[in-house]
Design a protein around this ligand. Structure first.
Ligand code: AMP
Length: 546
């Protein structure tokens, strides 16, 4: 019993409320898409998007018999149709599982089976991938190509076409209100232990996260803003931008399949984009294009950069030469993803440019809603002194409490915190600086590589006694895998033969950039290879092509 209960309405936080709000209050504000299937520009308003989401909702529930809690997957670029799926699938009470097409076909099959997806919506550019996986995905009843009927021939797999399927349905659907804690979205992230892990977002977590991200120190783009999420909609809901934009009525620009410098520049110019979000690799590509052509991006005011550390050269180039403010953010799939954002404080006014750069290279300060503590190996909380590095743990209403159908709970503490796998320190102002990563995965160009999968594959080579993979800095990809091998007795070092062997087993972009041979692998007390020691030994290692 409460001593005195507040007298406020207890309306549930529903994702469908966001699109209804956008349609009613920002109905004509545009969503512009470079269509993945033919690169042409498609534009319509939030009211049109809402109408088509309702047709889609009718189609999902009537034709496909999608019920509450069912999983519906997408393998798709950022587009208006993907946006419609975000709202329609969760709006009917089902769960949208956004699959990363850059994963290996084996991982995609694993995810579709693990999530027991009933339907998969895909862009026609992924037709060969679909043909390779369809027969292994037994729960999938419908494969839907995102476009018109002419795209049905793109696959050998029996497919339906999105436009044909929604055409006959009514553009009105009575979005139900239900428990705000119901699952709404699912996104798998690469785990330390090979198999991907599912993060299951709820309506409540998604709406709260979007609300927080619209505040002025975070995305802070209102109805007059023009937002370009380069970060894919298969990567933690494009950092929540499809929700935040609809909440505020910002114009939303979807780049489809063209994430190259020229493609992005063209869209930024033609749509007068003011705010862009993406990983550093994409920014490097755009920078190269701007430098080569002498073109500019004067409409852009701010760039949100995250997923990997913001490289200093990139920060200087965009801010000093192009007048774009670079804002670093940190988070992860398990955090929806928002954790910290780098915004200078009043006390930084008037500091020198060099001092300012030092501040901007930190990962940032906490967004309200996320709590953080830094602990040592024994779990003792470390002081916020800007020096004491330790394991980052977080908690909050948009942070995972468990993995979907997950086996282990080693990522969660007994007292309710999530172990991020990042190592960092906090200073007295709350600025976090990442110093290392304890989770055994490598992040390259915004995508994960499982070091364990690579090691297992390498151990299959006849000359390899022990294999370990660590990430090392790379100027273009932030990090690339370095394979370290202890040879079997009598074997001759032959790096190329090991790399050729790996090429047949893992995705091409997973193949390590170099192999180093070591006489004796450092082994810890529990019999495991000591990666910390390896990182120390190879701390000055440089990739040959870098
Ligand atoms: P993901 O789940 O794919 O979004 O990846 C999250 C991970 O990316 C984090 O745990 C960090 O290791 C890394 N990461 C994200 N943002 C940053 C950043 N600004 N600086 C350094 N690492 C980052």
């Amino acid at each position: 019993m409460l001593a005195l209960e507040g007298l406020m309405m207890n309306r549930p936080l529903m994702i469908s409320h966001i699109i209804q709000h956008a349609a009613m209050n920002h109905g004509k504000r545009e969503i512009v898409t470079r269509l993945p299937e033919n690169h042409q520009i498609h534009r319509y308003g939030y009211a049109d998007a809402h109408a088509r989401s309702q047709k889609l909702a009718n189609m999902l529930t009537r034709d496909m018999k999608i019920k509450e809690g069912d999983r519906v997957s997408t393998i798709a670029w950022n587009s208006h149709r993907h946006f419609e799926l975000y709202y329609a699938v969760s709006g009917v009470g089902a769960v949208i599982n956004t699959v990363n097409p850059r994963l290996s076909p084996q991982h995609i099959i694993w995810i579709l089976n693990h999530s027991q997806s009933k339907a998969v919506f895909f862009d026609s550019t992924f037709a060969p991938l679909i043909d390779g996986i369809a027969e292994h995905c037994k729960t999938v009843k419908n494969w839907v190509v995102m476009g018109g009927g002419e795209l049905r021939g793109a696959t050998k797999t029996q497919t339906d076409a999105y436009e044909d399927m929604i055409a006959g349905h009514k553009a009105s659907y009575d979005w139900p209100d239900f428990d705000e804690n119901a699952a709404a979205g699912l996104c798998y992230t690469s785990g330390t232990t090979g198999d991907p892990k599912g993060v299951l977002y709820s309506h409540r977590s998604t709406v709260l996260h979007a609300l927080a991200s619209t505040s002025s120190d975070v995305i802070g783009v209102g109805a007059s803003g023009v937002l370009l999420p380069v970060v894919p909609m298969f990567h933690v809901n494009a950092w929540g931008i499809p929700y935040a934009a609809a909440m505020t009525g910002a114009k939303l620009v979807m780049p489809g399949a063209r994430l190259d410098g020229e493609g992005l520049h063209e869209l930024i110019e033609s749509e007068q984009v003011s705010y862009v979000a993406g990983v550093p690799t994409v920014w490097l590509g755009l920078l190269q294009y701007l430098k080569q052509t002498g073109k500019r991006i004067d409409s852009v005011d701010r760039v949100l950069i995250g997923g990997s550390a913001l490289p200093e050269a990139l920060l200087r180039a965009y801010e000093d030469e192009y007048g774009v403010r670079m804002q670093q953010g940190w988070g992860m799939t398990e955090m929806s993803p928002l954790g910290t954002v780098n915004v200078p404080l009043p006390k930084h006014a008037g500091i020198s440019r060099e001092e300012e750069i030092k501040v901007k290279l930190k990962q940032g300060r906490l967004v309200f809603g996320v709590e953080m503590r830094i602990v040592d190996d024994e779990g003792n909380v470390l002081p916020r002194d800007g020096e004491s590095s330790g394991h980052v743990q977080v908690r909050g209403p948009w942070i995972a409490s468990a993995y979907y159908r997950g086996a282990g709970d080693e990522s969660f503490t007994d007292d309710g915190w999530f172990k991020t796998g990042d190592v960092a320190h906090l200073d007295e102002d709350g600025f976090m600086t990442i110093t290392d990563r304890s989770k055994d995965v490598i992040k390259t160009g915004g995508e994960w590589i499982s070091s364990i999968d690579l090691e297992n594959a390498a151990m299959g080579h006849k000359d390899v006694a022990l294999a370990a993979v660590i990430g090392r800095a790379h100027p273009k990809w932030q990090e690339r895998p370095l394979l370290i091998v202890q040879l079997r007795e009598g074997a001759k070092p032959d790096a190329q033969s090991i790399l050729d062997y790996l090429s047949g087993q893992v995705a091409k972009w997973w193949v390590p950039d170099a192999v180093e041979f070591i006489d004796a692998m450092p082994i810890g007390a529990t019999g495991k290879v000591l990666k910390t020691k390896l990182r120390e030994i190879y701390k000055d290692f440089k990739f040959p092509d870098a």
